[in-house]
Ligand binder design. Structure first.
Ligand SMILES: CC(=O)SCCNC(=O)CCNC(=O)[C@H](O)C(C)(C)COP(=O)(O)OP(=O)(O)OC[C@H]1O[C@@H](n2cnc3c(N)ncnc32)[C@H](O)[C@@H]1OP(=O)(O)O
Ligand SMILES: CC(C)C(=O)C(=O)O
Ligand SMILES: [Mg+2]
Length: 558
C-alpha cells in the first residue's frame, strides 16, 4: 500500500445541494422492487445459470413477490433468448409480473431484444450506455453531443419497433450507466434526451434508473446525486425514478436507503447481494431493514433459509455465516453479556408486544428461523448464556450464585478446549459436577432412605455406599429432611440457601432441589443438586451432592 494514497486516489467532490431534503426524511413505504438476479447476478457467476437453474430461480422470485424481474440479456446469448421466449410462449409469467430485458444501444441488439419479448402482455426494455468521462473518452471515443444523439436515435428506433406491436404494453427503462461517476449536468442532459425521445407520458411509461455502476463515494453523495436529479428531470410525474446500487465500498444498502429518502421510487438488486464484483445491492437486507422499521416490504422472506438454499444452488456461491438476517450465525450470541441480555429479553418478551429482545433486531421466528442457535458457549461466554441453555434444554433454573459457580467451571473447560461447547456438553459438565458424586463418591453414594416422625420434626435412616460397596446406615433427626440429612452425615456443614422447584423439561425428574452449603475447613461454599420425582428425596440428594463436593476439595482453610 502507498504511504500517501493521495498521490493516486482523490476524494469524490461534495455535491452542491445546500437545501437537500433527504436527511430529514424517513422511509414509510417499500419501493417497487426489481430483481436483477437473472441478469446482473447471472453475468457475475463463474458459470452462468443454465436453463433449469434460471427457471427455478425465476419461479422463486415470483413466489417471493417480485413484480418486475430482469429475466436476461437475450441479445447476448441463445440460452438467454430461448429462456425468455420459453417464459412467454409457455405462459410462465403471471399477469401481475413484468419481465425486463436489457441491451446496449445498438440497433441489431435492440431488434433481437424486442423479438425476445414479442407477445408479452407487458414488457420493460432496458437500454443503457455509459456516460462518465473515462467511458466517453476511452471506450466510445464520443463527445457529449454525439452520445446524446446516439441515445435519441436508438430510443427512436425502439419506439418505432414497439409501435408495430401495440398488443404489448411497452415500458422503456433507460440507465445512464456509470451515473455515480458522471457529471450531474451530463447525466441530466442524457436522461432528458431519453425521456424526450421516448415521449414519456401517461400512456408511455418510462423508468430512469440511476446506477452506482461502481460505488466510488460515501452514500450521502449518492443521495445528493439522486435528489439533484429527482428535482430536475423533465416530465418527472411520468417517470419512475429507480436506483441500481452496487457494493464496491460495502455501502450498497446505505446508498439504496438514502436514495429512497432522496426521491427514488424503485430499487434494483439481487438476493443476498449477488452481482458484479462485490455485488448488487442486497434486496433481502433492504426489505428486512424496512420490516424492522414497521414497514411491510411486500416481499415474503418468512422462510428465509429456504430462499437462501435456492439462491445458493442457483448461483453456486455460498452465503456468509454473518450475512445480515440470513447467515447461520446472525442469531447467535457467544459473548457473556449479550447472552445474559438475550436470555432476560426472551423471558420478558410478550407475544403480542413490540419486539424488545436486546441484541436481536428482529424476531428470528418471523423469518422461519428457530431460537435453537441463539446462544452458543465458548470461552467468551458468561453465566447468562450457560444458564439459558440449561433452562431451555433441561428445565434447570439455577439460583444466581450457582450460575456464577457453574459458569466458572464451564469457562475453564471452554478455555482449555479452545472450542465451542454444545448444549449437550454443558449438560454433561452439569451432571459430572452435581449429579455424579451421588453415584461415584465413596461415602456419599446414595442407596435409599427412610423418613420417620421424630420429636424434633423429622428423623431419617440414610443408607450410603462406601468405597468397597459396603452399605452404611446413618440415622439422625432434625427439624426437616435437610437438617436430618446434615445431622446424619455427622460433618459440620452449614446450609446457606435452599431452593426447590418443579421441572418441566427433560432430565426425567419432576423436582429439582438446589442447596448451597459450607464447611468450616473449606473456603467458600458449594452448591449441590438433587433431581427426583419426590421433593423430599430431591432435597436429600442435593445435600449429599453439596457435601460430597465439599469433601472432594483438596485445599482446606487452616
Ligand atoms: C454495468 C453492466 O452490468 S452493463 C451489462 C454488461 N453485460 C454484458 O455485457 C453481458 C452481455 N453482453 C455481451 O455478451 C456482449 O456485449 C454482446 C454479445 C451483447 C455484444 O457483443 P459484441 O458484439 O462482441 O460487442 P462488445 O460487447 O464487445 O461491444 C463492442 C462495441 O459495443 C459498443 N458498446 C458497448 N456498450 C455500449 C452501449 N451501452 N451502447 C452502445 N454501444 C455500446 C462498444 O463501444 C464497442 O464498440 P466498437 O466495437 O465500435 O468499439
Ligand atoms: C446496466 C446498468 C444498470 C448496470 O447494471 C450498472 O450500471 O451497474
Ligand atoms: Mg449493475
Amino acid at each position: 500500500m502507498l504511504a500517501n494514497p493521495g498521490t493516486r486516489y482523490r476524494a469524490f467532490p461534495a455535491i452542491d445541494l445546500a437545501d437537500r431534503q433527504w436527511p430529514s426524511r424517513t422511509l414509510t413505504r417499500p419501493p417497487v422492487w426489481l430483481s436483477t438476479d437473472l441478469r446482473d447476478g447471472n453475468q457475475a457467476l463463474f458459470e452462468p445459470m443454465n436453463r433449469e437453474r434460471k427457471l427455478r430461480l425465476f419461479r422463486e422470485l415470483v413466489r417471493i413477490g417480485f413484480k418486475e424481474i430482469e429475466v436476461g440479456f437475450p441479445s447476448a446469448s441463445t440460452t438467454d433468448f430461448e429462456i425468455v421466449r420459453h417464459l412467454i410462449d409457455d405462459g410462465l409469467i403471471p399477469d401481475d409480473v413484468t419481465p425486463m430485458v436489457i441491451t446496449q444501444l445498438r440497433e441489431d441488439l435492440i431488434e433481437t431484444t424486442v423479438r425476445s419479448v414479442q407477445g408479452a402482455r407487458r414488457a420493460i426494455v432496458h437500454l443503457y450506455n455509459a456516460i462518465a468521462p473515462a467511458w466517453r473518452e476511452i471506450v466510445f471515443g464520443m463527445s457529449l453531443p454525439q452520445i446524446v444523439e446516439m441515445v435519441e436515435q436508438r430510443i427512436g428506433y425502439l419506439k418505432m419497433l414497439t409501435a408495430q406491436q401495440p398488443q404489448t404494453e411497452w415500458v422503456l427503462q433507460y440507465s445512464p450507466e456509470t451515473f455515480s461517476m458522471a457529471e450531474l449536468d451530463v447525466s441530466l442532459a442524457v436522461c432528458n434526451a431519453a425521456i424526450k425521445a421516448w415521449d414519456a407520458g401517461p400512456q408511455r411509461p418510462m423508468i430512469i434508473n440511476l446506477p452506482t455502476t461502481v460505488e466510488v463515494a460515501t452514500p450521502n453523495i449518492f443521495a445528493d446525486q439522486v435528489e439533484w436529479m429527482h428535482r430536475r428531470l423533465d416530465r418527472r410525474e411520468h417517470i419512475v425514478l429507480s436506483v441500481h446500487p452496487h457494493n464496491d465500498r460495502g455501502t450498497g444498502v446505505a446508498c439504496a436507503e438514502l436514495a429512497m429518502m432522496a426521491g427514488a421510487q424503485r430499487v434494483e438488486g439481487c438476493l443476498f447481494g449477488n452481482g458484479e464484483r462485490s455485488g448488487n445491492v442486497d434486496v433481502v437486507t433492504l426489505a428486512l431493514n424496512l420490516y424492522t422499521q414497521g414497514v411491510s416490504p411486500g416481499l415474503d422472506f418468512s422462510d428465509i433459509t429456504a430462499v437462501a438454499r435456492i439462491a445458493e444452488e442457483s448461483t453456486a456461491l455460498p452465503i456468509h455465516p454473518r450475512h445480515p438476517y440470513v447467515g447461520d450465525l446472525v442469531f447467535t450470541a457467544f459473548s457473556g453479556s449479550h447472552q445474559d441480555a438475550i436470555a432476560k429479553g426472551f423471558a420478558a418478551q410478550k407475544d403480542d408486544a413490540l419486539w424488545r429482545v436486546p441484541y436481536l433486531p428482529i424476531d428470528p421466528k418471523d423469518l422461519g428461523r428457530t431460537y435453537d442457535s441463539i446462544v452458543r458457549v465458548n470461552s467468551q461466554s458468561g453465566k447468562g448464556g450457560i444458564s439459558y441453555l440449561l433452562q431451555r434444554d433441561h428445565g434447570i433454573v439455577m439460583p444466581r450464585r450457582m450460575q456464577v459457580e457453574f459458569s466458572a467451571i464451564v469457562q475453564a473447560l471452554a478455555d482449555a478446549s479452545e472450542a465451542e461447547l454444545s448444549s449437550a456438553q454443558i449438560w454433561e459438565i452439569f451432571e459430572r459436577t452435581y449429579l455424579s458424586p451421588l453415584k461415584e463418591q465413596p461415602g456419599f453414594i446414595y442407596r435409599s432412605h427412610r423418613l420417620f416422625d421424630a420429636p424434633e420434626g423429622q428423623g431419617i435412616a440414610l443408607e450410603l455406599a462406601e468405597a468397597d460397596g459396603v452399605m452404611q446406615t446413618y440415622q439422625a433427626t432434625g427439624n426437616g429432611p435437610i437438617a436430618a440429612t446434615v445431622a446424619a452425615l455427622g460433618i459440620p456443614l452449614r446450609v446457606d440457601s435452599y431452593e426447590e422447584r418443579s421441572l418441566d423439561a427433560g432430565a426425567g425428574a419432576s423436582a429439582l432441589a438446589v442447596v448451597e452449603m459450607a464447611r468450616p475447613d473449606v473456603a467458600g461454599s458449594r452448591f449441590g443438586v438433587g433431581m427426583h420425582p419426590n421433593m423430599a428425596t430431591a432435597s436429600i440428594l442435593a445435600v449429599l451432592s453439596a457435601a460430597a463436593r465439599l469433601a472432594a476439595v483438596d485445599e482446606t482453610v487452616a
